[in-house]
Design a protein around this ligand. Structure first.
Ligand SMILES: [Zn+2]
Length: 344
């Protein structure tokens, strides 16, 4: 499996090392240069510290309206394996687009929107020194009278905001902000996805750690109307993950498997009608927690890639094969009708 790509400067990008923000931004530009036909860097917001938030849009321009897949990594700063996974995922689907007919088909029907680092300010802060390595939140200052920084972006979305599994203390790591969507990073995702919500089939939000596949809702009083299907798809993805390196991932609604939470982006996405919304909590189970050693980047990405691909393929096939089946049925009817006419 090819896992490095030579940049314009001839240096191979190492997907199995953690990269600071500047290197990830350069990598995005490099990927766009290497795959100009199918990759576009799209800017869609600004962080509190005025950094531009961008994603890679990946797909074949067919001139038709397409369905879409969302993936964002690095919503929580300290979860460094998440941005590493987004970069690996992008490289894998680009490699597959040249040699795997299934990926070619999916890239004609769908665009992949991948944000390698959503919480850029927090990610940069977590690289600053050892004392800031475990920073989780973004970097906006607290309200008047509070000397602490940062809002938990995955508690700031418009989904039963501020009710369960949050803190209203701005010094807490689960601080949900002064109001729903108070944070520019959460606003950016809400606007970009919300204005195309009928296009999106899948919404994947990547975290560590815990080895979990979570689906809506985080609020214990609510159940997704496709709860059983989400469980079935999630369990099948966990089975695929286990086949790669034997790791166990637990599947369930976030309120049941992890803890109740409100204001998460997957809950918001499901409430917008996006059918397949999942949180991936990548390795490990607490041995190294957020400081997963670099020698685990490769196996973690390999197994999670297969899990994500399973969910994406399921959503694709359900959407497009049923359309093909309908077209085929119509064709059969027309064939019979013509036979009927010709025999008259
Ligand atoms: Zn997280």
């Amino acid at each position: 499996m090819q896992t490095t790509n030579k940049g314009l400067d001839g240096v191979e990008y190492d997907y199995f090392r953690y990269h600071p923000m500047g290197e990830i931004s350069s990598w995005m530009a490099q990927i766009e240069d290497e795959y100009p036909e199918i990759v576009t860097v799209t800017e869609y917001g600004q962080t509190y510290e005025k950094r531009t938030i961008s994603l890679l849009k990946i797909g074949v321009d067919t001139g038709e309206k397409k369905k879409a897949i969302w993936m964002d990594c690095g919503i929580h700063a300290r979860e460094w394996i998440a941005p590493a996974f987004c970069q690996y995922f992008v490289k894998q689907i680009l490699d597959a687009s040249k040699k795997d007919p299934k990926m070619e088909e999916m890239m004609k029907n769908m665009d992949f929107y991948v944000t390698p680092v959503l919480n850029m300010d927090g990610y940069i802060h977590s690289w600053f020194n050892e004392s800031t390595r475990l920073w989780r939140k973004n970097r906006s200052p607290g309200p008047d009278g509070c000397g602490c920084y940062g809002t938990d972006l995955n508690r700031n979305f418009d989904a039963n905001w501020g009710t369960v599994g949050v803190s209203h203390d701005c010094c807490d790591i689960f601080y949900c902000g002064t109001k729903k969507l108070s944070e520019p990073e959460a606003q950016a995702v809400t606007y970009f996805v919300g204005t195309r919500k009928e296009d999106f089939l899948v919404f994947l939000n990547i975290h560590s750690y815990g080895q979990l596949l979570l689906f809506p809702y985080g609020h214990p009083n609510f159940t997704a109307d496709n709860d059983k299907e989400l469980m079935d798809v999630g369990v099948a993805a966990a089975d695929v993950i286990k086949k790669v390196h034997g790791m166990n991932y637990t599947v369930g609604a976030s309120a049941d498997v992890l803890y109740p939470m409100s204001g998460s982006s997957i809950d918001w996405a499901r409430m917008q009608g996006i059918p397949y919304a999942f949180i991936f909590e990548l390795r490990d189970n607490g041995t190294y927690s957020f400081e997963l050693p670099q020698d685990q980047i490769k196996p973690t990405c390999e197994e999670a890639y297969e899990g994500a691909l399973h969910i994406i393929t399921y959503a694709h096939d359900k959407t497009f094969n049923s359309a093909v089946a309908t077209a085929a049925a119509t064709f059969d009817f027309m064939t019979l009708f013509c036979v009927f006419l010709s025999e008259k």
